[in-house]
Write a protein that binds this ligand. Sequence first.
Ligand code: PEP
Ligand code: MG
Length: 588
Amino acid sequence: MSFAVHGLAVARGVAIGRAVLVASSRVDVAHYFIAPADMAREIDRVRQARNAVVEEIMRIQRSLEERGPKEAPHELTALLDVHLMLLQDESLTLGVKHWITERLYNAEWALTTQLEIIARQFDEMEDPYLRERKADLEQVVERVLRQMKGAASPITVPRSPRRSDQPDLLLDDTMDVPLVLVAHDLSPADMLQFKQSVFAGFVTDVGGKTSHTAIVARSMDIPAVVGARGASQWVRQDDWVIIDGDAGVMIVDPSPIILAEYGFKQRQADLERGRLARLRHTPAVTLDGQKIELLANIEMPEDAQAALQAGAVGVGLFRSEFLFMGREGKLPDEEEQYQAYRRAVEGMHGLPVTIRTVDVGADKPLDKTVKEGANLNPALGLRAIRWSLADPAMFLNQLRAILRAAAHGRVNLLIPMLAHAHEIRATLALIQQARKQLDARGHVHGTVSLGAMIEVPAAALSLRLFLKYFDFLSIGTNDLIQYTLAIDRADEAVAHLYDPLHPAVLRLVAETISLAQAHGKGVCVCGEMAGDVSLTRLLLGLGLHSFSMHPAQIPAVKQEILRADTAKLRPWALRVLDSDEPANELTA
Ligand code: PEP
Ligand code: MG
């Protein structure tokens, strides 16, 4: 039966494919397709790992028996029996085999897919004792996964295997079946894995529109819906689904008519994308001759290529924290960071690269296992520059690495979330110290322009202080909105209050632009507002000349710029700014 699950539209486009349900705790399990010749090897990997776990449990059982009934209570031995039974159950082994041979899933993926299916069956059981056995199943599968870890290196085949059981209207049997991921939650670190995976789109139960998970989805330019509460409960493994990233909806088990309609929409979007791509080499100049700088936001050095391909004239925001995430506490040292920044700088072939110092915390935990969320208000806690200043040795490593990379091209150094004069002074002193350390070591380093992010209302309201110390400002509207309106950007329950057009937000943005310009300093918007085409004219009217966004958004924003006349937009933008309800002015 067809049904729809509504959430928040975070990354545009349509994806049609089979649902792959992944428990949040297992999103970091490798997902890749194997070559048909490797099927037997993958089945064997699971078998061997399972046998090793069976052996381990039997060993424990034997040692318990030796200790006698006093030390080995009956409940414990009974539980181990249950674990053995679950491990050897045919529905697990045959299911895993099915996913490997029929879908060419790698062993870990096949195992977690089958786990999700059996776990659902447990959930539906009437008997509470049997229902609770789901936790045991998860435990034993976790053990098997641990056994398999590192047992084989993945061979990535970045294409879906051919299938013949597809709805006729959508795909003929010469095409590949896309897969879409459905999970309760995805962390920003998961998203890094996701970048290299096979999925054509994703849906999560939780998350806000400008959560970092949503931001990475936009950077990948794949359809995504977050905050679709209950999605991971209602969808079954392998269901056909449509993700409508523009409307923020997932349609499960769609009818042939709906499939045809979305197939058409998908083709239209592809055509539009192709048309916009032709603007790549067109300079971003308004009708009245204003040159506009379109920069790229990137997460990894390798993203520089996508930035160039989209026609970016530089990187306006390199979110360096993605180099720090998902590393189980082992942070990248100076050398590793230097190599990464250097790759980004060289990848941009002489165009400027703005490297933002690490911004972890809040919805960007270093590791999922690290309980940053244990703090009551992580967004107000030790994040970004606060985190860096709390660990000067770590921060100096990063500063030295960036300064060394600056010897290879044009580098701007951007500091996130500053609010206090003493934070500015401490940061500048550490930059100075990093330079001296490099001189003392005889390491070559370059000069950098220094920028501050304006993303806390306190900063936007004390701009003179920032203009005194910094060469340029970069407005982080994602956080500026979060902190001005006191809503958690990652919480879908308050997503309806996240409003870039709130008069207070617009006033802070407008004043930052005009005061920076009055002081002859550069000013850029690098939050999601910059890539939102519905706001391009307003930002141009407010005098903005520098926008930084995901590479995929550049062509559409450029098209808006080419059609705009800033001289005419100016009085209108001032009216919007003056309005109590700017959104109404915008649509008028
Ligand atoms: C912002 O806050 O607008 C920004 C660009 O930084 P981030 O989204 O990484 O917090
Ligand atoms: Mg921010």
